[in-house]
Structures are given as structure tokens and as C-alpha cells.
Design a protein around this ligand. Structure first.
Ligand SMILES: Cc1cc2nc3c(=O)[nH]c(=O)nc-3n(C[C@H](O)[C@H](O)[C@H](O)COP(=O)(O)O)c2cc1C
Length: 199
């Protein structure tokens, strides 16, 4: 009985880790998309703040095979995440793609830093979508590292018609106000008629 309970607890922990975010994506009338991969839930709230401020759609980038806690144990050289990151050609499959990508002019890409760069899943996402002619702004969270080579690596996957803006790193726990201030600094205006508060 005790074993069964322990097993149920373990299963719940793994599931809550894999489902760190709400994944219902319903496109609205907006030309801004925030797309976010968050393996352990730190980046997701920041993406929510960005989407709320910008009146943007919010798309959860998820792998076809969810990451378990063991997959993310980056102290283990052989864990799934580390194996993916040590292979430049690794492209984990996506659970879903953004079918209406043509609707958006601006795409905000959010992700955690894995070994100084964006997870390979973000490379899969960039290659799976037609971003030509769009403005792309990226941000990440990390334990301590900076934004690293993320922008350089991702922008090399698209052609020169994509306007890649310089991205930034935020700590977990960044507030909605801090995120809105950064987006203002970057000159990304919310979609639709602006209120005097937003200006
Ligand atoms: C495989 C892996 C590699 C990581 N590499 C780094 C790193 O190089 N530098 C760092 O500061 N944090 C690193 N981290 C920590 C995450 O960037 C940090 O916890 C982030 O906030 C997680 O965001 P998430 O909860 O949205 O997935 C790594 C985490 C994992 C799972």
C-alpha cells in the first residue's frame, strides 16, 4: 500500500512538472504572438505577463514527448536535455505548431537557458514556422547565466527578412511591471487601441 502511495505521488510530481503551464491556445484578433517553452514553470508566468500587456495570443511550445524530471536532471551528463544540447542537429519534435502564424507580425519567443543557449526545441519551433518578414523578440530565464548565444544561434536559422531584436535574460520571479517596462523600452506597442495607462 505504501509503495502504491509513493508511486502515485511520484506520478503526480512528474505530471505537474510536465504540465507546468495551461496549454489551451485560442487565437484572438491580434497581430502579436507570445510563444513560450517552460520546462519547470519559471518562464511561463513572464510569458503570460508579456501576452497580457501586449494583448497578444499566448502559445505554449511543448515537446511531443514531455520532459520528465529525470530528463531535466542536468547534473547527469546522460539526461535527455543534456544529450539534446550536446548534439547541434538535435530537433525534438513539437506537440503542435502554430497553424495561423501568418496572422502575426511580431513574435515574442520565451524559453529557459539550457547550457548557455535556447533549448533545441526552440530551434525546432523556429524551423517549423515561416517567420519571414516578421519581427522576433526573444527573452529567457536562467539560474544565473546571461542570454548567451541564443539570439545568434536562432537568427542563423532564418533568412535576412526576419527582424531579430536583441533579447534579454530575466530571473524567475520577474514581475508583470518589469516585463511591461522592458517591452516599452523595446518599442513593442500593445495590439489595438491603447489606453492612457499603457502609453
Ligand atoms: C538542461 C538544463 C540546462 C540548464 N543550463 C543552465 C545554464 O547554462 N545557465 C543557467 O543559469 N541556468 C541553466 N539552467 C536552469 C534554467 O535555465 C532555469 O532554471 C530556468 O529558469 C528554467 O525555466 P523554466 O522553469 O521555464 O523551464 C538549466 C536547466 C536545465 C534543465
Amino acid at each position: 500500500m505504501k509503495r502504491l502511495l509513493a508511486l502515485a505521488l511520484l506520478l503526480m510530481t512528474v505530471l505537474s512538472c510536465a504540465q507546468a503551464q495551461e496549454s489551451d491556445y485560442t487565437p484572438a484578433d491580434t497581430n502579436i504572438l507570445v510563444a513560450c517553452f517552460s520546462a519547470t514553470g519559471n518562464t511561463w508566468p513572464l510569458a503570460e505577463y508579456a501576452a497580457a500587456y501586449l494583448h497578444a495570443d499566448l502559445f505554449p511550445i511543448e515537446p511531443e514527448t514531455p520532459y520528465t524530471q529525470d530528463h531535466l536532471d542536468y547534473g547527469d551528463p546522460d539526461c535527455r536535455a543534456n544529450r539534446e544540447m550536446s548534439d547541434e542537429t538535435s530537433r525534438p519534435a513539437l506537440a503542435a505548431t502554430v497553424e495561423n502564424m501568418a496572422q502575426y507580425d511580431t513574435v515574442i519567443l520565451a524559453f529557459p537557458i539550457w547550457w548557455g543557449q535556447a533549448p533545441r526545441l526552440i530551434e525546432t519551433f523556429v524551423e517549423a514556422h515561416d517567420l519571414r518578414g516578421k519581427t522576433v523578440l526573444t527573452f529567457c530565464t536562467s539560474a544565473s547565466s546571461g542570454y548567451g548565444r541564443s539570439g545568434e544561434i536562432l537568427s542563423a536559422l532564418t533568412d535576412e527578412t526576419v527582424n531579430w531584436m536583441e533579447g534579454a535574460r530575466f530571473p524567475a520571479g520577474t514581475t508583470a511591471e518589469e516585463m511591461a517596462d522592458w517591452l516599452k523600452e523595446k518599442g513593442i506597442a500593445p495590439f489595438g487601441p491603447q489606453t492612457s495607462f499603457e502609453r
